[in-house]
Design a protein around this ligand. Sequence first.
Ligand code: PLP
Length: 452
Amino acid sequence: METVKYLLSEERMPTAWYNVVADLPTPPPVVLHPGTQQPIGPADLAPLFPMALIMQEVSTERHIEIPDEVQSIYRQWRPSPLYRARRLEKALDTPAKIYYKYEGVSPAGSHKPNTAVAQAYYNKQEGVKRLVTETGAGQWGSSLAFAGSIFGLEVLVYMVKVSYNQKPYRRALMEAFGARVVASPSVETAAGRAILAEHPESTGSLGIAISEAVEIAAQHEDARYALGSVLNHVLLHQTIIGIEAQSQLEMAGDYPDIIVGCTGGGSNFAGIAFPFIGAKLRGERDVRVVAVEPAACPSLTRGKYAYDFGDTAGMTPLVKMHTLGHTFVPSGFHAGGLRYHGMAPLVSHLLDLGQIEATNVQQIETFSAGLTFARAEGIIPAPEANHAVAAAINEALRCKEAGEAKTILFNLCGHGHFDMQAYTDFQAGKLKDFEYSAEEVAMALAGLPSVG
Ligand SMILES: *Cc1c(COP(=O)(O)O)cnc(C)c1O
């Protein structure tokens, strides 16, 4: 493991985020009001988000400055290290060079604090007292809980019930940072009560938990909603990953031929890839970019590019995205952070433009790749990150077959220290692959709202 982190002095940490919208050949489709289906404006989002974040959501500026206070918090763990995976290269016997950016060094153990800190900062600036959110595996909830504790904001987290029961230590982490955690669906909201009335045994989904959080945020003047992925401003905050990687690779005298990232809502993928895609869109440097998702939740590879709600109850604005349908409830595979029915509109748009590729992998292959990686590099990846590891390994093996010494960069978006039960189950042969049938795809898509 060879780090190039320390070639990059702290002063070289980026001071601006990169907005890919500035370089797109065509703008992303407009966002629609859930009731009127008319394009929404900034004022429509004001009950949910502070105005600074809404302005970032609709910005077309190429660079947006990172506030000093946010920079100073980032410096606790940023620049995050970029490693050359020499021992993994050797284990695979590949002529390819493999680099990975490691986001597991953050306080919550993933890339999510990059946006949590920024969101908490802007909310605090505008006088908000409480942040309400949802979390699946607990990565986002613990990141927002951490950020809330720094800025003195109350944090309320609706945690998908299956994870609430399976991941007591993620819950404990959120509570340690001072957040209140509620299992979703809950009886605290109309959305939660409606689901429970119909399915008393419901183990929840991200879509349901989002409905609950949005409902509470919209009802309280001092509260706002915070989302950990999907939205333009979230992807924007994550671009610090790719900007750092550009400087670090420059110092290493390299440039990626292939970039790989896993996609749940698309934020860590966008974070590492968008700055490089910008260079490609401006005609400076070509690169192949691959998004990897679970075969059991294949929004990019098998979903439809259509207008859909971000939540199950249909309270959020309608966005055009690759979606499996907002009523989709994923099977209980382990990469909780990748179990979302939709994909970031910007990532969906780039796929539609042919600027990125998408692929999917099965759960067992991802854990097998994760162990190969851990035994070579000494880091246990999060189950979500294992999807990127698996695809990066596949690319490296393809290079071996073709005898090509390509440079591969992937985002190791988090560590798996809170996910060891999944590794134990894998080693005991208890994990299953989930094939999502064509009938199930069609059924969930039948519930798409008709727009236009
Ligand atoms: C939340 C999470 C993801 C999925 O979200 P994206 O927005 O697609 O990045 C992936 N990996 C980890 C470690 C996460 O915490």
